[in-house]
Write a protein that binds this ligand. Structure first.
Ligand code: FAD
Length: 495
């Protein structure tokens, strides 16, 4: 059977592109090296508990929200539960919230730091103006393109600006800057694109964060179901080894087993280094291939999955607790970039079974701890020696558990039934993201907006989808990248 489009990888980007293209009647084939769809967005079961391999929350799930709209377009209906309680603990102060989105958080900051109110209001105003321009960008008319700086003044003005520049300009105290920096990124304010922050706050988490009933994996399974209902195919345990090219045009994919699959259009949902160094090793040189080495990738993560006996002190915790013991965000990042892990690393604790009891057996909770971590820690986690690797993994897991015990839930350790951990090496092995990059490309001003690698590559017929391309990382960011790519392919086919 001939294929119109072959997609390498079933991450959020690949699945979304696949679902949108299959819906139009195109013959779509997805190749996935793993045994299930989703890449980072998968769940697994252990001793009656369901754990999400990586993600914690997803945004844009309110009716009419960015993600809700995308899912509806491909006939996917899921039940999302609103994450109604969070607690952010910082050195010297903390913020606990019940319900609400970004507005709610901002109101709390105003009441906690009244001396900064003027700055907070200006921050809100700039964020919302950028939101209006980002919205208008999707319906841009030719005359607006020609007069871009006039109609998109904020997008032009802040395109090179970091979050730190804005925070330093608007606020006096370090506390407020810290409270506005607890974002899903691995770069510190001095390297973070302010336009990304504004887009995230406006388009993804403005109405708060959500969790899908059944666990994160249901999102990927539902998208895979949509592809198959519309005649598309997904082949699991099938790894792409090479892209076939003729001159400057892609003509198909060769699998690890040597099978040749021809197609005029290929979407790569795998990392940029893999696409341009391994898959295209014999292909024509491209400007993007040269750029790949100079790009900045996100850091990775260390994750602990725990089955825990329920107790009143656990039942009354929020879904999400953020614990930061280090005030110097820039210093912490430098340390991580150098392959070191601070004594008390910043961590996130989530308890999804608080809002979806089906994820844990009766009388127990599924708990997850996450902490940004470098791939290079102790020579790549001493992975060449199984025993040392295991010892390092245990030591790091115990370090995070000890922080929960001393700062969040006294008596936590005694309630643990079992635990398991994942390192940056695990993330790389399962998903092929080099060095276990949790968010693909780092969201610096030089790698956001028009500076981010385009979904269209210099090789004809070859496209990208996922968190290495536009618009951004995250479950919603990668899904939207898939929709950008699908739209490009469809408009090309229409001529
Ligand atoms: C610890 C952690 C926590 C996170 N938390 C959140 C969160 O709370 N909210 C949020 O929105 N985002 C979160 N993210 C980020 C988000 O999960 C990612 O940005 C997004 O899912 C990436 O999707 P992707 O389309 O780029 O594909 P990926 O998830 O990178 O998947 C790529 C797929 O390609 C497959 N593949 C690789 N090579 C080949 C090959 N040669 N042949 C065939 N298949 C191949 C892989 O097996 C994989 O299935 C988190 C990420 C991590 C790691």
């Amino acid at each position: 059977m001939g294929h119109d489009v072959v997609i390498i990888g079933t991450g959020m980007g690949g699945l979304t592109a696949g679902a949108l293209l299959a819906k139009t009647g195109l013959k779509v084939l997805l190749l996935e090296k793993g045994a299930q769809p989703g890449g980072y967005v998968v769940s697994f079961r252990k001793q009656g508990f369901t754990f999400d391999a990586t993600g914690v929350f997803v945004g844009g799930c309110e009716p009419g929200g960015e993600f809700d709209t995308l899912l509806r377009e491909v006939g996917v209906q899921l039940e999302f539960k609103k994450i109604d309680a969070i607690r952010n603990i910082y050195p010297g102060f903390e913020i606990s919230l019940r319900g609400g989105g970004f507005d709610h958080y901002i109101e709390r900051l105003k009441s906690m730091f009244p001396e900064e109110n003027q700055g907070v209001e200006r921050y809100e105003r700039i964020i919302s103006r950028i939101g209006v321009e980002v919205e208008a960008l999707s319906e841009i008319k030719w005359y607006k393109k020609a007069l871009f700086p006039l109609f998109f003044w904020h997008l032009v003005r802040f395109s090179e600006t970091t979050h730190k520049t804005i925070l330093d300009r608007l606020f006096k105290g370090h506390e407020l800057k810290m409270a506005l920096s607890s974002l899903p990124v691995t770069v510190p304010p001095s390297r973070l694109s302010f336009l990304f922050v504004a887009t995230l706050l406006n388009k993804v988490i403005s109405q708060g964060a959500y969790y899908p009933k059944g666990g994160m994996g249901v999102i990927s399974e539902a998208l895979a179901g949509s592809i198959e209902r519309n005649g598309g195919r997904i082949r699991y345990r099938t790894e792409a080894a090479r892209l076939l090219t003729q001159g400057n045009r892609v003509t198909g994919v060769v699998t690890h087993e040597g099978e040749v699959i021809e197609a005029p259009t290929v979407i790569s949902n795998v990392s940029l280094p893999q696409t341009f160094r391994s898959l295209l090793s014999e292909g024509p040189p491209s400007s993007l291939a040269r750029r790949v080495d100079r790009l900045e990738y996100s850091l990775s993560n260390f994750i602990v999955y725990l089955g825990v006996r329920a107790a009143p002190e656990l039942n009354s915790l929020p879904f999400f607790t953020y614990l930061r013991s280090i005030s110097d965000l820039e210093g912490e990042y430098r340390m991580l970039r150098n392959g070191e892990i601070p004594e008390n690393p910043t961590l996130i604790m989530v308890i999804p079974s608080l809002i979806d009891p089906s994820l844990a057996p009766e009388g127990a909770h599924a708990v997850k701890l996450l902490s940004v971590a470098p791939y290079g820690y102790r020579n790549g986690w001493d992975r060449t020696d199984r025993r040392s690797y295991q010892a390092l993994k245990d030591e790091m897991a115990q370090r995070l558990i000890a922080q929960v015990e001393s700062r969040i839930v006294p008596g936590f350790t005694a309630k643990i039934l079992f635990h398991e951990a994942a390192t940056p090496i695990t993330l790389e092995r399962y998903t092929g993201n080099e060095q276990g990059a949790m968010y693909g490309l780092a969201t610096t001003p030089r790698q956001f907006g028009r500076h981010r690698p385009s979904n269209r590559t210099p090789i004809k017929g070859l496209y990208l989808a996922g968190h290495y391309t536009r618009p951004a990382h995250g479950i919603v960011g990668a899904a939207i990248s898939g929709s950008f790519t699908a739209q490009m392919i469809l408009s090309k086919l229409k001529g």
